[in-house]
Design a binder for this molecule. Structure first.
Ligand code: PMM
Length: 290
């Protein structure tokens, strides 16, 4: 499976690296660290220096159980950060479920809309994204953070996630989004237990068969902490699962992911280069046997 490009995004012939800037007090793994705008901007620029191709700016935590923030607060958090990073020449994406935030963010310079709800949280979102023309990440999602764990029920997670993503694609196409704008994401950790996440990662080849570039967000998620648990079963803390994230990055890139969304950019940027060199050395028959 070759890595396909996305209009308006860097075209580097390898899996892209999206660095995360959570402008939130309570995010999953780095809550509070980049909450003030200056710190967030500095962090975004540092991520680019480390090798990020895209910087993903979000103002609403999606950690399990998190309450929603108001529209005004989300705008206040992300817009100044997006504006300055854009002025500095950074390719910025906005991580939001709200159409209004997406619209203002694109006006401020964001070049991709990353919607973890895939257009389900705000029904106006696909129409707004269609009007902007920027790429649109449609992630697999079954409900808001406060109750997403109770929805992690699957008989065959790969088939069901593929089917639900296909329906979302049809739905956003009907709202005017074009095929070329759509990037898909299986939504690791969102209404998924560890075994679901592993099955989806192992199914990247099949998910690629949906016909859209794929983004994978495994960085620092709970399933990695669980995998690396102590002998007594205590999960590894988020900030000590970065090496496991790196392993996922290398394997996801090798399996044909278009982009990985990560917190610690430098080593992941190295990993995607390793995967690209490996794939290139495998030559034109690299797809065979996948
Ligand atoms: N995960 C989080 C937030 N945004 N966006 C996409 N496209 N994919 C993801 O997996 C994803 C996301 C939650 O992680 P964080 O709170 O650690 O940033």
């Amino acid at each position: 499976m070759t890595t396909r490009g996305v209009p308006g995004m860097p075209e580097l012939g390898r899996c892209l690296v999206m660095g995360v800037v959570n402008v939130t007090p309570d995010s999953f793994s780095d809550g509070g660290r980049w909450f003030d705008a200056d710190a967030a901007i500095r962090h975004g620029l540092d991520l680019v220096t480390e090798g990020a191709d895209i910087v993903d700016v979000g103002g609403e935590s999606t950690r399990p159980g998190a309450p929603r923030v108001s529209l005004e607060e989300e705008l206040r958090r992300v817009v100044p950060v997006i504006r300055v990073l854009t002025e500095e020449g950074v390719t910025v994406s906005v991580d939001t479920m709200r159409a209004e935030v997406a619209e203002v963010a694109v006006e401020a310079g964001a070049r991709l809309v990353n919607d973890v709800s895939g257009g389900l949280a705000d029904p106006v979102m696909p129409r707004v994204v269609a009007a902007t023309g920027v790429p649109y990440v449609v992630m697999h999602w079954r409900g808001h953070s406060r109750d997403m764990d109770s929805r992690a029920v699957y008989a065959d997670v790969l088939t069901e996630v593929s089917e639900e993503l296909r329906k979302r694609v049809d739905s956003v196409l009907a709202e005017g989004v074009t095929e070329e704008q759509i990037v898909l994401d299986p939504g690791l950790g969102f209404s998924k237990h560890a075994e679901h996440n592993w099955a989806l990662l192992a199914g990247i080849g099949e998910l690629n068969g949906l016909g859209h570039p794929l983004i994978i967000g495994a960085s620092r998620k709970r399933f990695l902490g669980r995998l690396l648990a102590d002998a007594d079963g205590t999960p590894r803390p988020f900030d000590r699962s970065d090496d496991a994230t790196l392993a996922v990055t290398a394997l996801a890139a090798q399996a044909g992911a278009w982009c990985v969304r990560v917190h610690k950019v430098g080593p992941n940027a190295d990993a995607v280069r390793v995967a690209a060199a490996w794939t290139a050395a495998a030559g034109p028959h690299a797809d065979e046997g996948r």
